[in-house]
Design a protein around this ligand. Sequence first.
Ligand code: ATP
Length: 340
Amino acid sequence: MSGPATRITASAPAKTNLLLHVGSPTPDGYHPLETLFLAVDLRETVTATLDPALARRGPGISVSVEAAPGSAYERMVAEGAARLSDIPLDAENLAVRAALAVCEAWGVAVPGLQLHIGKAVPVAGGMGGGSADAAAALVAVDTLLAEHLGTAASSPEELARLGAELGADVPFMLLGGAAIGRGTGTELEPVAADGSLHLVLVPQDQGLSTPAVYREWDAEHAVASATEAPGGGVGLAPDPVPAETLAALAAADPDALAARVRNDLQAPALRLLPELETLLNHGVQLGALAGWVSGSGPTVCFLAHSREAARQLVGEFGRERRRALAVTGPVPGARVDSRG
Ligand code: ATP
């Protein structure tokens, strides 16, 4: 029988938000959300390898990153539209923070870990690529430690609790599928989606900072909040996710869903990058059922009628020399892909 693994590769999906309803910030500065997450088949991988020599030399964790072979992100890097150097390779990296959180939860000294990220999701694109790295690292390092200590891996609830401290999207990247997210997005309610939705993603050459987009939302809503909540009260609550939207998702009915997509961060994102509006209109002219900015942007998502329609849309964008890729969702959350 083979011994415990010294190397585990885990993957986690990117997400888009079919709905993103934003409320006024709480006194600690967080915006309460009601959002409908969809995990899509664009996956980040994290390989965690035990390297005891690293633990002897110092900090105990090293991290490296490559553009995943064949991914849209690899093309972006090759064409100079994205730089791997934008990704921090120190304790700021979300995969490193996730690995440290797992070791702390297990109460063990960092055993010497090499983390290698295979990046497929554009950075700062509103698709939660860094959060996917955190989720994949949580699963990979947790599995590695469990094998070495000869015990069961952490429960999904325990990993979700660790994930929520790393970032608001991390618990969803662990869960996958489709889910309503409340609070900052960490309180999840899985929802049904009986079939696949076909989307086309159009990444942008420049990223958008999530805090900058929320600042735009704040500027737009300053008057409304002050009127409704004199003296700094609760302000605007996010609208709940409508039952009709959930029914359209449950049936994986693209026509019904197209009429219901809504992102409250889209207007602020368009103010920061006005050219996105032209792209949104153009995609619909080319046959998409609906278009929206993903999360805080700037990646633009289009909903297509079928796999074939998504392929055609990618072809149309390609003829215009625009990078686009077809994805489907929902897909599973973070999981172990291989061990060695
Ligand atoms: P979200 O929609 O969750 O706000 P995003 O998809 O817009 O996220 P990310 O790709 O997650 O953005 O990256 C946001 C920032 O996080 C980057 O600019 C980078 O400085 C930092 N970061 C930390 N760790 C990572 C990582 N592993 N991969 C990418 N960025 C990371």
